[in-house]
Design a protein around this ligand. Structure first.
Ligand code: WTA
Length: 650
């Protein structure tokens, strides 16, 4: 087949699954039929089939008090046992769970038996340190096996983990530690990134210094970077404690609704939300989707999801989904281009990766770098590709399928969120005809609709707001410590329907196309950032009087953070070098929140466009940042302002 990439946007193409793929596909059309006929019965069957319940459940869903759902409420299980022990007991202890690759080139292959042992040891240490069921543990680690071990050890004893991405600053870590009142932090001396060791332990020390809750009793430190670290009484080395602990550990079972983790994500206001997930329902849907959307054959496949465990994708599709299914996977510590631009493809060649899951932003940067880089490696082991994090433009989809996938293997575009816990919209490989650029259809057992702003469902070919109309097993159970915000954010707009915050369109085949966020949340390289959070960080700088942040379209990262800042009158005279000042402000955001939030540009201006009621019109700033003609300015209090700002920006 020949492909005309240039016209990809205008054309809607479909790709039939190949007969060979369809013949061996894990998913079958019966799944959708079963879910259609009896949605709750379908999930109950899946849960019984995919998981090991110590006490079987008799009730599937309690939705008597929406939006607070209970799934499989009277059942009991241990999440870690589901991800580890049962595979060993089933005779698969020698199967590799993790092919770990460190950025400098060191590697470790860890079998299910070894991983189980290590998790048992770590669980014993956590217990010795006084961590018990329901206690919170913050995890601030690089992509090393200990990150997976830590999460599972916490889960094993019924404690709750809060993984904080290693790129977040001390301030961000402190606010997350405080919000959850974590009693233990698990970290490392450092990790490798772009050929250097980035220190983590000093950030933890600084965060604990800034913490107002004062909840942290101990810090458990993995030695990875071999860099010097300052030592406190509360600190313990991982190798001294976990290394010396017993590998005997009897796992208790917990109720299905026992909390499993909190994961913070950006919302429309300044403060990140602690999204709460629980055990039985979450694991059911993570396992179900991992198996069916990725067509997992655990005996033969090698799976690789490139997400960091600091994000939900790392939780559901590096840790819980794949391990619950007994998959063999690659875990890679570093960046895609270190020490050479073909690093990812080299890893795929070496481990014969067959299922690969990454983000459009990565695909677009590889497209830019050129196909000669992946083409230097043997990628023929690949048989399925996945995409997540933001809409994948049809050109990138086609490039991914052709250059990485060799032209004939399925590419699944998976839509979901931190809040949904697991994939909600995706083609099922082997069944669905694939359509580049569209996430396509709700997975079996999930009910999606598109509503207009007043709540009426849009009919036929039309756009509106994406909602989930029925509770689903891996749905968030709340926002940690803030049930009101949970109701307000997701459930107030459309009653008992979950409002996702994304715009969507339905095409003539009924396929769903995602159109991006409809709120003040930006999506930069597949990471969610809040305009409000970055604005408050900018305003916290002593020079700043006012700030407005927009997400502007960016060829590689999807969106980029662009800020417009008014300096305080007292500072405006002193700050003469505007380029240096905007650099300082960019750095300030990176220090306060983390490097991912660093604005691409900070423009220092004298005014911001405001309506008569004083609301900043970000829409106009976005026009400016994207180099478009400025839209309708008639509602501005002073209509000449955009001209002034645009002259200044130039
Ligand atoms: C966006 C990541 C289009 C969307 C798993 C959503 C997507 C937000 C897709 C959640 C996709 C994620 N197509 N948009 N396939 N996947 N998004 O919580 O705007 O980090 O609301 O979860 O990313 O981001 P989060």
């Amino acid at each position: 087949m020949t492909v005309q990439i240039d016209h990809a946007l205008e054309e809607i193409r479909r790709f039939r699954p190949s007969p060979e793929f369809a013949a061996n596909a894990v998913a079958d059309a019966g799944l959708a039929e079963a879910a259609q006929a009896d949605r709750l019965g379908f999930w109950a069957d899946q849960s019984r089939e995919l998981l090991q319940w110590e006490k079987p459940f008799t009730k599937t869903l309690d939705w008597s008090n929406p939006p607070f759902a209970k799934w499989f409420e009277d059942g009991e299980l241990n999440v870690a046992v589901n991800c580890l022990d049962r595979h060993v007991e089933a005779g698969n202890g020698d199967r590799v769970a993790l092919h770990w690759v460190g950025e400098p080139g060191d590697t470790r292959d860890i079998t299910y038996a070894e991983l189980t042992d290590e998790v048992k040891r770590a669980a014993n240490v956590l217990t010795e340190l006084g961590v018990g069921s329901g206690d919170r543990v913050a995890i601030y680690l690089p992509m090393i096996p200990e990150a997976v071990v830590s999460m599972l050890a916490v889960a094993r004893i019924g404690a709750i983990h809060s993984v904080v991405f290693g790129g977040f600053s001390a301030d961000s870590l402190a606010s997350r530690i405080d919000d959850a009142e974590a009693s233990l932090v698990i970290t490392a001396d450092g990790g490798y990134r772009k050929g250097k060791v980035f220190p983590l332990k000093p950030v933890v020390d600084e965060a604990i210094g800034k913490s107002v809750a004062g909840s942290v009793k101990n810090v458990l430190v993995v030695r990875r970077g071999e860099n010097e670290v300052a030592w406190n009484d509360r600190d313990l080395w991982w190798h001294d404690t976990v290394g010396a602990a017993s590998n005997e550990h009897e796992a208790e079972s917990f109720e299905a609704e026992h909390p499993l983790f909190i994961l913070y994500t950006s919302g429309t206001t300044g403060k990140p939300k602690g999204i709460l997930h629980t055990s039985g329902g979450y694991l059911t849907q993570a396992a179900f989707t991992h198996k069916n959307v990725f067509d997992l054959h655990p005996e033969t496949d090698v799976y690789w999801c490139t997400a960091d465990i600091g994000w939900i994708t790392g939780h559901s599709y590096v840790v819980y989904g794949p391990l619950a299914n007994g998959a063999t996977q690659v875990l890679y510590e570093g960046t895609p281009d270190t020490p050479h631009p073909g690093r990812w493809w080299e890893i795929i060649e070496k481990y014969r990766v067959s299922i690969f899951y990454t983000a459009p932003t990565a695909i677009r940067s590889f497209m830019k770098a050129g196909r000669h880089i992946p083409q230097a490696f043997n990628l023929r082991s690949l048989r399925l590709l996945g995409s997540v994090g933001e809409p994948i433009n049809p050109e990138a989809w086609i490039w991914y399928r052709h250059v990485i996938g060799g032209g004939s293997i399925p590419v699944v575009d998976t839509w979901w969120q931190t809040e949904t816990g697991a994939i909600m919209i995706s083609a099922l490989p082997g069944i669905t005809d694939l359509k580049p650029g569209s996430a396509q259809v709700a997975i079996p057992g999930v009910s999606i609709d598109i509503l207009s702003d007043d709540g009426t469902p849009v009919e036929g070919v039309d756009g509106g707001l994406l909602v989930v109309t029925e509770p689903w097993p891996s749905m968030l159970r709340g926002i940690w410590g803030d049930p009101e915000r949970f109701k307000e954010t997701y459930w107030e707009k459309f009653g008992d329907k979950y409002f996702a915050g994304d715009g969507a369109r339905r095409d003539e085949d009924g396929d769903i196309w995602l159109l991006g966020r409809v709120d003040d949340v930006m999506n930069v390289s597949g990471h969610r950032l809040s305009t409000a959070e970055i604005e408050s960080s900018l305003v916290a700088h002593p020079w700043t009087a006012e700030a407005a942040v927009v997400g502007a379209a960016d060829e590689t990262t999807g969106q980029a953070v662009v800020a417009f800042v008014i300096l305080k009158a007292s500072q405006a005279e002193r700050v003469t070098d505007l380029a240096a000042a905007s650099d300082e402000l960019r750095k300030h955001v990176a220090t306060q929140i983390g490097a991912i939030a660093r604005p691409r540009q900070v423009f220092i201006v004298n005014e911001l466009p405001k309506t008569r009621s004083g609301k900043i019109m970000r829409r106009l700033l976005r026009d400016l940042a994207e180099g478009r003609d400025i839209g309708d300015t008639t509602t501005l209090a002073d209509t000449s302002i955009m001209q002034t700002i645009s002259d200044q920006v130039k």
